[in-house]
Design a protein around this ligand. Structure first.
Ligand code: SF4
Length: 444
């Protein structure tokens, strides 16, 4: 016994269930929880169930009932947990029900009802982990790897197929970050919109509530933390359309970073990317219709192997038609091991770079016009820094490090992480200039 909070553990079933139990017990011990053999001495009880045959179901339900009667605080996990309705019907007072192989979900529920004890060694690392970003925004990685095979990319070969983090673990990290003062969460991964595909969108747990391992449900849950939630690297799947209502309702930031990479169908096919340009334009129109406030960011590759001048011109035409808010462009650069290297017709280095420059010039004009239209409007900004010239902040349409700034020259009465209500008074190609709005300087 550790002298910390104590967990009772009842384990039923086969060796696989025992292995799940070992994982949970290991985590409990590593985090400083004690484990006790008696219900009365436990602060809560975990029942690891079996549902293989009817007799095992009966035994599991009886064990849950006994734990509830003896202790009252019960988390159910294991195979019978997959039949939640059955458990909730028999024992509506259990704190949470998770399926098998659910260490993270179980730990999330344990943390919620029985916060981990203070461990000076464990707490050498802050609860939100070591972060490289300033304290008021943080990147939240939701998955690793990628199931696509874009021909210019070596990430799937390096990092393997998509593996989504359990939704309860992601939400737990988000909660710790927000408690540590983070005001903006930036969801990142190789392919954010694919979140949960590998897990077949299984239902995880957060705070005892079921949450699907899917981007829409994750975003809806994150919106409950009351901070800005921004999405990066959203591959243009049809399911992306489902996120727009969350943006229109103000639950997540009206900001979509969708790397289109090109607009010509032949080049997109050679890149092994989805969608034709007409479809993209229609979808962009739909996103703007459903959420007029939306800021669209994208990235493009110029000088892909085989790209002709006419095909590049098609990309420029697309850019003019799409009127994206933010654009990044890269001249194609052969990555060792990328299948695209074997394609014929690589434009010269100068051509690739020249096309990148022309694309960015075209976008600079679009950007300047779009930003100029914001002069006179009011917006909420998040302060990034204060220096000798004043405050540097960002609006909902500006991701840190890649997009523009909202500068309040001569205003110093703010700190990083503050929200301010400002009025836009000027604009240039990429940045806005503002002063505090008349109706007050603090906002949420
Ligand atoms: S470019 Fe992105 S979507 Fe394509 S394979 Fe690489 S990581 Fe996956």
């Amino acid at each position: 016994m550790s002298g910390g909070p104590s967990v009772g553990f009842v384990s039923l079933g086969c060796p696989k269930a025992a292995s799940d139990a070992e994982l949970i017990l290991t985590r409990l011990r590593a985090e400083g929880y004690g484990t006790v053999p008696a219900y009365a001495a436990a602060d809560l009880v975990i029942v690891n169930t079996c549902g293989f045959i009817d007799a095992a179901v009966t035994e599991s339900l009886e064990a849950i009932g006994e734990a509830l009667a003896e202790n009252g605080k019960v988390i159910v996990t294991g195979c019978l947990g997959a039949r939640k309705d059955l458990i909730w019907a028999a024992h509506p007072k259990v704190l949470a029900v998770t399926g098998p192989h659910a260490t993270e979900e179980v730990m999330t529920v344990v943390h919620h009802y029985l916060p981990p004890p203070h461990d000076p060694l464990a707490h050498l690392v802050p609860p939100q982990g070591v972060r490289l970003t300033p304290g008021h925004f943080a990147y939240l990685k939701i998955s690793e790897g990628c199931n696509h095979r874009c021909s210019f990319c070596v990430i799937p070969a390096l990092r393997g197929p998509l593996v989504s983090r359990p939704v309860g673990e992601v939400l737990g990290e988000a909660e710790r970050l927000v408690e540590a003062g983070v005001k903006e969460l930036l969801l990142v991964s190789q392919d954010t919109s694919a979140y949960g595909v590998d897990a077949k969108y299984r239902t995880g747990f957060w705070g005892g509530r079921p949450v699907k391992t899917r981007l829409k449900e994750l975003c809806a849950a994150l919106s409950g933390f009351g901070v800005w939630v921004r999405l990066h690297y959203v591959y243009p799947y049809p399911a992306v359309d489902d996120l727009i209502p969350l943006m229109a309702e103000g639950k997540i930031l009206p900001y979509l970073d969708v790397p289109f990479q090109h607009a010509n169908p032949r080049i997109l096919a050679a890149m092994r990317r989805p969608a034709a340009a007409e479809d993209m334009l229609e979808r962009i129109e739909g996103w703007r219709r459903d959420c007029p406030e939306i800021t669209l960011r994208s990235t493009f590759i110029t000088g892909f192997p085989g790209e002709t001048e006419a095909e590049f011109q098609e990309l420029l035409d697309f850019l003019m038609a799409a009127q994206l808010d933010r654009v990044g462009a890269f001249a194609y650069s052969p990555m060792e091991g990328a299948p695209a290297n074997a394609l014929p017709g690589l434009p010269s280095e100068e051509e690739r770079e020249d096309r990148r420059r022309r694309l960015m010039e075209a976008q600079a004009e679009i950007s300047a016009k779009k930003l100029a239209r914001k002069i006179g409007s009011e917006m909420t900004v998040l302060v990034d820094a204060v220096d000798e010239e004043g405050v540097m902040a960002r609006g909902k349409g500006d991701a840190p490090e890649v997009d523009g700034l909202v500068c309040l020259d001569g205003f110093f009465a703010a700190e990083p992480g503050d929200f301010l209500r400002v009025k836009i008074i000027d604009a240039d190609t990429h940045d806005l200039y503002a002063q505090i709005a008349e109706d007050g300087d603090r906002a949420t």
